[in-house]
Ligand binder design. Sequence first.
Ligand SMILES: Cc1cc2nc3c(=O)[nH]c(=O)nc-3n(C[C@H](O)[C@H](O)[C@H](O)COP(=O)(O)OP(=O)(O)OC[C@H]3O[C@@H](n4cnc5c(N)ncnc54)[C@H](O)[C@@H]3O)c2cc1C
Length: 260
Amino acid sequence: MKVLLVFAHPEPRSLNGALRDVAIKELEAQGQQVKVSDLYADRWKSEVDRADFPPLAPDARLKPAAASGEAFAADALTDDVRAEQAKLRWADVLILQFPLWWFSMPAILKGWVDRVYAYGFAYGVGEHSDKRWGDRYGEGTLAGKRAMLIVTAGGWAEHYAERGINGSIDDLLFPINHGILYYPGYDVLPPFVAYRVDSLDETGFEPVAERLRERMRTLATIPPIPYRRQNGGDYLIPSMQLRPDLGKPGVTGLALHVDA
Ligand SMILES: Cc1cc2nc3c(=O)[nH]c(=O)nc-3n(C[C@H](O)[C@H](O)[C@H](O)COP(=O)(O)OP(=O)(O)OC[C@H]3O[C@@H](n4cnc5c(N)ncnc54)[C@H](O)[C@@H]3O)c2cc1C
């Protein structure tokens, strides 16, 4: 199995750095091939701007999606972006690893998504008509591959439970799991989340590391989150509404899109 780990922490000696090393060591011990994109170490450019689209005429108005589609179709995206796309095509499993910053991913990782997920590669894929709304949400360029998050959080698990003040972790990670990973086709595995990490000491590290090793051992077998497929009959097209007869009574909001 080929695994790409995209790492977004500025300090290699951090807890995240230590957990990344644990994950890689475990994967390699199982004979998996691992590549790492270390965004801070690579000085990843996170902002989308016209330098990303070499075919764009200097005086042309920049429309990011259109410019992205044109550059992707012409195989003229910048080298850094094309290298990441090649790694995504190569990998059977994608892991995004980051500390939770303001209830989401660090900006550098969001910028990786913004730039690597070009139009024609991760969105704008497939037939768009009144019968079909493209290949996305379970279908698309990256279908058949698996993806998961490794996240550390300062807050407690209880703070991120169903009734916790921060909102449930499933809701907070939904835009990443569903909007970024499921959208271009990945089967999304449950996230690995380590809570209350700011007060972690060396004794506390080992149980977290062991839990992570176990997740690395089950990458190929753990069932994905059962998100509903866009083109599987659950949604009305083109309104993209979940059919009124689906969804358990009392279930509302983001949980409607999980067929549990
Ligand atoms: C801008 C910002 C926004 C934030 N927003 C949120 C938020 O929205 N929600 C939330 O819950 N939290 C938030 N936090 C907290 C953040 O999620 C944590 O600080 C982060 O997850 C800790 O990960 P780290 O890798 O930076 O840990 P580090 O600071 O590197 O380490 C954390 C602890 O682990 C210990 N440790 C134990 N073993 C090891 C080892 N082997 N190697 C290294 N360290 C070890 C360290 O000594 C330290 O005490 C935010 C923090 C910042 C800076």
